[in-house]
Design a protein around this ligand. Structure first.
Ligand SMILES: [Fe+2]
Ligand SMILES: [Fe+2]
Length: 180
């Protein structure tokens, strides 16, 4: 049976592909400002706005009721890493502005923040898949997993159709054909 944790792990497959694309952009020395902007959109609307929203607004609070503190331990670490990720995205976005104005060092700013984000998220997803979600599977009943899945679907239905899961995956695959 489909579970909420499995649903999140499925998102991870696409987010990991996005981070592979990001690392390839740096390796290939891409200067395509529109591709960088697309990456920022995909992170803000899909990885963060959709996936992290499901974790932060639904899964983690439920785990909180099961004794997982949001201030220390694995959930706290995950929340902190989401914040670090947002800081890297802000850095990418600032680099894009600089690049559009023809500023010196813009690509270095973009590459540094792209690499920082991709490495952080790859590590983060490893910890969720291998540790936190396995603890969640132990802590949550089948019914709680199903209730979460229903709430996840509500989040999905409220999204901008241009960046719902289906359209985000298409955009990720388009970038993958260019960079991977
Ligand atoms: Fe996360
Ligand atoms: Fe996640």
């Amino acid at each position: 049976m489909e579970t909420a944790t499995h649903n999140l792990e499925n998102d991870h497959i696409h987010i990991l592909r996005l981070t592979d694309i990001m690392l390839a952009m740096v390796e290939k020395g891409s200067g395509e400002v529109n591709h960088f902007a697309e990456i920022v959109n995909l992170i803000r609307k899909f990885a963060d706005g959709f996936h992290h929203a499901k974790e932060e607004d639904l899964l983690f609070p439920l785990l909180g009721q099961k004794g997982f503190s949001p201030e220390q331990g694995p959930v706290a670490v995950m929340l902190h890493e989401h914040v670090q990720g947002r800081n890297y995205v802000k850095g990418i976005s600032e680099g894009i502005e600089k690049l559009r104005k023809g500023g010196d060092g813009a690509l270095d700013t973009i590459y540094e923040n792209i690499s920082g984000y991709a490495n952080l998220l790859q590590n983060h997803i490893g910890k969720e898949n291998n540790i936190l979600f396995r603890m969640a599977d132990q802590a949550l009943s089948a019914e709680e997993q199903q209730n979460l899945l229903t709430r996840f679907a509500e989040v999905e239905n409220s999204l901008d159709p241009e960046f719902n899961a289906e359209s985000a995956i298409i955009k990720i695959n388009q970038l993958a054909t260019i960079y991977l």
